[in-house]
Structure formats: C-alpha cells, structure tokens
Design a protein around this ligand. Sequence first.
Ligand code: BES
Ligand code: ZN
Length: 623
Amino acid sequence: MTESINVSVQDPHSYSNVKEIRTEHLSLDLEINFDNKTLYGVARHKMSVSKANTAIFDINGQVIQKITVGKKGAEKEADFVIGKMDADSVLGQPLVVTIPNGTKYINIYYQTSSRCDALEWVEAKHTASGKFPYVYSQGQAILTRTWIPLQDSPANRFTYDATLHVPKGMMALMSAENPKKKSTDGTYHFEMKLPIPSYLIALTVGDIGYRAFDKRCGVYAEAPMLERAAKEFQDLPQMINAAESLYGPYAWGRYDVIVQHKSFPFGGMENPMLTFINPSIVAGDRSLVSVIAHELAHSWSGNLVTNESWNDFWLNEGFTVYSEHRIMEELYGKELSNTLCEIEHFELGEELKLIAASSHPEDARLYGSLKGRNPDDGMTSVAYVKGAYFLKTLEATVGRKKMDAFVAHYFEQYKFKTIRTEQFHTFLNKNLLYPNNIEFNTDEWFYLEGLPVNSITIKSKRLDLMRIYAKRTNAGEDIFAPVKKVRWILVKGKKKKRKETYTEQLKIKAFITQEWQTYLRNLSLGIDTARLDQIDRYTHFGEANDELKFEWFLLNIKKENRSIRGKLKVFLVETGRRKYILPLYRALCANTKDKAWAKQVFSEAMGGYHSVSRNSIASLFNQ
Ligand code: BES
Ligand code: ZN
C-alpha cells in the first residue's frame, strides 16, 4: 500500500518528522557483498522520547525486509507503509512506521538494490592495485537515504556506530574512528561519538594502506598511490595547526585523508575524521592542496556548525571557502591566496551570467530556494564564492581582528548545532554589526541576486603577467619557441669576458597551475588550431595535471580542434570528477558534429562514473 506524504516543513528535501521524533543514535550492522553489489543488514535507530505514533524515515531504492521495535533480542514486528515515489524520484520515498507509545528502538532490516545512487562499486580490474574490488559512498546532499533508511535531513544530528563484514584481505573505513591495518577476519567496528548530520556518514572498502604524518593525521590510499599522496599532502599537520589557531581546537580527534578511486565525483568531501579526496588533486607539485585546506575547514563550518536545510548551503560552503583562503594565506602567503581568490571571482562572474539567463535567476541569491528541486542544483559558485566574498567584504569593513573573533565565537556558539540563514543574520547583527555601529547591506547579500557593489575585489600580480603572455599569443607571437640569447661570462673567474650564446625557453614548470589556467582562459577563440597544436607540442598541456588538461581540452573543443580527441577520450574515460567532465561534455554537445562522438564516448565511459556525474551528464543527452 502506498500513500502520499508531504515533505517536512523545515526541510523541503526530507519526508522525516524529526521535529516530532528523531534518531539520537544509529547502529548499523551490514554485510558488504561484492558479488551482487549490495549491502545487507539492519539499521537500528535509538529514538528521542516522543508522543508520536509514527516515525517517518527517508528511503530510496532499498528493499525493506521487516521492521521491528524494541531492544535487540526483545523485538516485536511493527507495521509500516512506504509512501509514493516523488515525481522526479530525487527525494525517494517516505517510510512510515507505526510505533507504540514510548518506543525507543526502531530496527529496519533491509538490503540495497541496484538502484543505490550513493554507492560506487568498482571491479578489481578498474582499481589502482587491481587485486580487490572497491566500494565507496557519497552521501551529500540526499544520497545517504539510498544506502541507509534514515531521517535524511541535515536538521538532525546523531551519533553512530557500525559493524561491517567485508571479504577477508580488505580494509574498511568510515567517517569515524578508523583502523590502520586490515582485520584478519574481515569484520570491522566503527564509532562516531560526536553527533553528525546524516549526509556525513560514509564508507570505503578496498585494498587500502595507510601512512601517518603525525599522531593525529595521515593518508589512506591504494598502494600505487600511497607514497605520492603522502608527499603531496605533507603540509597537512601545519594546515591543521593553522586552522586551530584561527578557529579554536579541532573537535574530531583524528584527521585523516583518503585518496579515493578516480571515479569520485567531487574534488573533496569533508566526511568527518576521513576526508575523501579525488586523485586528481595529487598533481605532483602540490598545486591543488587548497582542496585539502577546504575540506579541513569544513571541520568547523559544516561539520561542527551545519546548514539546517540545503537552502542554507552557503553557510557551509561560503564560510569554508573563506577559511580555506585564510589557511592557505597562513601557510603559503597572501599572494597565493589572492591568486585563488581572483580566479574564483572570475568563475563567479561567469556563473552569475549563466544563472541570470537561466530558468532559475533566483539561484544568484545566497539564501537558496531549492524546494521541489535537486539540492545539488545549489552547488554553484554563488554558495561558495559569493558566500566567501560576503565574509571577506565584512572582514574588510570591521577589520581582521574583530572578524576572526566573531567567526570563532560563531563556531563556539553553534557547535554541534544546525543553523538557518535568518538565525545567522540575527547572530551577526547582535555580535558584530550593532556593537560596532556598522551598517551593512546584509539583506542585499542574502536575499537579492547578483554581487552587491560594495563587494571587495582582490587582484594578484602573478596573474597579470599571464594575461600579458596570453595577449602576446593572441597577437600571433610564438611565446614558447626557444630564443637564442647572448651573455658575457668571466673566463676562469678572471676579468676577461667571453661572449656566450644560449637558448631561453618558457617552460611549463616556470609557473603554477593557477597561472597557466589564467593564461589558457585568456587565449582568444580567434587563434587557429594549428597554433594550438604548436602550443601543445611545447607545453604538453594535454598531458599535464587534470586541472590543466581540463582547461586545455575545453579550449580545443570550443575551437573545434579535433586532433585532441584521442587524449580527450582517455581523459573522459579515466576521470570521474564532475567539475571537469560535465563542462567538457556540455561543450561537446553544443556542436552537432561533436555531440554524436560525445554520446559514443559517454556510453563507453558511463559504467565507470559515479551516479552523481553520470546523471548530470546523461541529462545533457536527454535535452
Ligand atoms: N561538500 C562539498 C562537496 C559537495 C557539495 C558534495 C554538495 C555534494 C553536494 C565539498 O566540500 C566541496 O566543496 N568540494 C569541492 C572542492 C572545493 C575546493 C571547492 C569540489 O568537489 O570541487
Ligand atoms: Zn566544501
């Protein structure tokens, strides 16, 4: 029997009735079966004291075998109904359990099905070490409900423990206290003793090893990646120290990073105690470590103080980008953090233009209106960069000292709580603006579209030089060609000088990723494809790190330079990060001649994509 149930008032993306009755502790006991790619077991919910006679959970795609109430061993079967699937199947279905008065424990026995968007199952042959299969989860925003039946709203926090049974020889990890060595019998137990929102429950199972940096942090990865990752992320202990000195003690005990399978759809994900990082971040020159600073910063903004609904997502991400820049400045200096800021500001400008012309111009507001839509639609530069520029502008107004104290106070005040935009507004007025007699256009920032005119701008001198290089290239100059030069050298250290010729050549190593990114973004579409091929012969942008490969391929697609197709195809098959592959497919689809080719590549590659990337790209072909 199915019936219609409305989503809850305070969270438009959850059916759960957390205001009436909510999970306080979740205890999972799950068997991980790689043969049929399912999880099987029980989710035991310890509920709050309540007079409610139903408890509503979110599910999406699981098979519910039975539901009981009562403590383990003294359980009684309970009645339940599963509500209708929402029209576009984004939210899944409400699971309504009838509960006797005073119910404390609700136990849901279930199995995941092939329709489980959170989990990515990888066959052994597609892993880095090739010996064992691999599986990981991605919960944010509303995918945890596809692998665990629970109240999937960030408005609620709870502690959890889990017992996982995995094939012998494999390592299991969660967003919790983790093992450093494989267990002998394939059984692992996990505890997350601090209350977290449901989107932060996460797991990874694979042939994984560990390297410690110090007593509280280290890196997990498959063996072929482990050493490279440890080198790339060696500044992690310093980053944690820097964050702590800005925002107060790190609350979660350990901070480890796992370099995920290449299909991972995001650059990073701040699962508590175990940040997930895309292998594309291991660039070889530490040029993309700001992603680590970002995920670390979420240990305060997001994980400690959490957005109450996905409409308040900017409170998670805007604060995180803001503090990411502070951490980067602390470790690597102001010039680098300014470089990152300027690049992001450019991206925000581009995105604001697209949003203004789209069917949802209201997406340019910080406070989101995502009701009836996929909360992932809120993952734009608006939440991230406009959010961060709001805080930077505030900082420029009140001064750094007051701003730092305010932010630390905010984290302290709301730690282990959730927060709405309007609550934050009140807190800001009371603790920063009124006491300092400052008038600030907060309403405009939160509730109107576009970037307010009082937004500060940040410039980096390093990028000016790259724009000059781009200008020279656009004007037809071959800036990468070797040039013969002459210099005078002393003969045997004596006064006599001799003329010497030497060649000078602009090398890719001379500048960091973000500088070349700016160079490539400033190349005009007027330059011909033969020139692009020539640039590639000198620079090998098509074989550089993923960030540069992406820029290079995008430019070449726009220029209809099809000589890159071989390398582009390899990239599209090998990379799962949505930020790269979605815009590439989108650019290909803009041209009818490339669209058919892109569709063919997608059909070959999609089996290796996580659902987050796969679904976004599939929608391009369904238009
Ligand atoms: N929490 C996000 C990832 C996310 C957001 C997943 C919304 C699902 C829904 C994570 O912290 C993030 O922002 N990742 C960025 C990296 C960052 C440096 C901007 C990414 O993946 O690109
Ligand atoms: Zn983030």
